[in-house]
Design a protein around this ligand. Structure first.
Ligand code: HAM
Length: 422
């Protein structure tokens, strides 16, 4: 069958092209370095899981599970979902492989694509990439402060400035019973004025009505009871511990009593990091503690805390803040041949240079000498190595520094010594 129309990528997805992939690799390298120095080890879980994992883990009342999941039946009639986030899958793997039997806490990180059927706009995509960390097996304010500090360290190493860290405590299930009642009493008289989504949340999860994205809803909750006023004594002490941990680490923060976050598993600490200059989707990362999630997923009562950032949004912030990124990869040398006689020598030079780790290439399309030089320039080659008749006869090479334009003749075996460091 012949297709007349070209096929484009699905809405909300991105091709990451050469030139951009180097930027992604650079960011990922910094992330991996920070993970290593903070003692995190990488975990790779499948991009799809049984749908039930997210229904139970992320929560039936969330937007993610309610309307954003890519869910389908596989050929064996199983309900499968492309992962919308990483935490539930890490917890599943932690249980499945009995990682809880190893010395705790366990510090894990992941980098990979996530899928949410959201309205696509700048900074919000249907396939996006997250870097996330999860610490399982410890309930201590100092690790919460450290997870936040690590997130900040990633942004700082990337050169990002003008960030705002918002923190809140969502308490424990016990403090939420009283809060839920007080909140519903407060919201009930105005229920009809809320957006239809919030009206739906009133019974299922009234706390989410506090951080609705809708301006009118925001105005209705200005005076709403704050969870911070209903924290039990233990949760208050814990939250104070997180704040003093951050103070100790010299990290400034804004206490945001309306920060609830869009996933149901959070307890205690919740946080989000915002960047200036990237438009409406300013949250470049967020996370929190989830002490009930391991149990919800069928395991023992093991506490956890984690965090994830969106790589696309981080890249947008880097560009908006004009933070310099390393130049796109370039060739160390490009071999230019004047005739087909030089072909064999060209291949020998390439083989030798490549075996020593130099990025080296040649023309394969029969370009003229001039066109080969131009092409070498387009490929950002540091040097071109020209093999003409003279060079063939004398066992030499003409080497041109593409930056300075300077050209010298050298012995063939002196090439890599001449061009030096990679
Ligand atoms: P989240 O807040 O849903 O948390 O996502 C974390 C980050 O992923 C966001 O701050 C944002 O930068 C990025 N992100 C989310 N959705 C999109 C999208 N549609 N397009 C582009 N970027 C997006 C979680 O996913 C939790 N699992 C984080 C966590 C880990 N909590 C505990 N451990």
């Amino acid at each position: 069958m012949r297709l007349n129309k070209t096929i484009t990528k699905p809405r909300g997805t991105n091709d990451i092209l050469p030139g951009e992939t180097e930027q992604w690799q650079y960011i990922e390298e910094i992330i991996r370095t920070v993970c290593r120095v903070y003692g995190y080890r990488e975990i790779r879980t499948p991009v799809f899981e049984h749908t039930e994992l997210f229904q139970r883990g992320v929560g039936e009342t969330t937007d993610i599970v309610g309307k954003e999941m890519y869910t389908f039946k596989d050929r064996g009639d199983r309900s499968i979902t492309l992962r919308p986030e990483g935490t539930a899958a890490v917890v599943r793997a932690y249980l499945e492989h009995k990682i809880y039997a190893a010395p705790q806490p366990v510090k894990l990180y992941y980098i990979g694509p996530m899928f949410r059927y959201e309205r696509s706009e700048t900074g919000r995509y249907r396939q996006f990439h997250q870097f996330g960390v999860e610490v399982l097996g410890v309930h201590s304010p100092s690790i919460d402060a450290e997870v936040i500090a690590m997130a900040i360290a990633v942004y700082q190493r990337l050169g990002l400035k003008e960030l705002a860290l918002h923190i809140n405590s969502l308490g424990c299930p016990q403090c939420r019973v009283e809060l839920r009642r007080k909140l519903q009493d407060f919201l009930r008289p105005h229920l009809k004025e809320f957006c239809p989504e919030c009206q739906g949340r009133f019974e299922r999860n009234p706390l989410r009505m506090i951080d609705c994205k809708n301006k009118e809803c925001n105005n209705l909750v200005i005076e709403a009871p704050s969870i911070l006023d209903y924290l039990c004594a233990e949760c208050q002490v814990f939250f104070a511990g997180v704040k003093s941990g951050l103070d100790l680490l010299g990290i400034s923060y804004i206490i945001d009593k309306n920060l609830v976050r869009g996933l149901d598993y959070y307890t205690h600490t919740a946080f989000e990091i915002m960047a200036k200059g990237i438009g409406a989707q300013s949250s470049i990362g967020g996370g929190g503690r989830y002490n009930g999630l391991v149990e919800t997923c069928g395991g023992p009562p093991i506490p956890g805390i984690g965090y994830a950032l969106g790589l696309e949004r981080v890249l947008l912030a880097i560009k908006a803040q004009k933070v310099p990124l390393p130049p796109a990869g370039c060739l160390d040398l490009f071999v230019v041949t004047a005739s087909t006689d030089a072909e064999q020598v060209a291949f020998e030079i390439l083989a030798q240079a490549r075996s020593q780790g130099y990025a080296a290439d040649k023309d394969y399309t029969g370009r003229s000498l001039k066109a080969q030089m131009k092409y070498a320039g387009k490929l950002n080659a540091r040097y071109t190595v020209i093999i003409g008749e003279n060079e063939l006869n004398n066992n030499t090479l003409a080497v041109k520094n593409m930056l300075t334009g300077e050209q010298v003749a050298i012995d063939r075996e002196k090439l890599t010594e001449f061009i030096g460091g990679k």
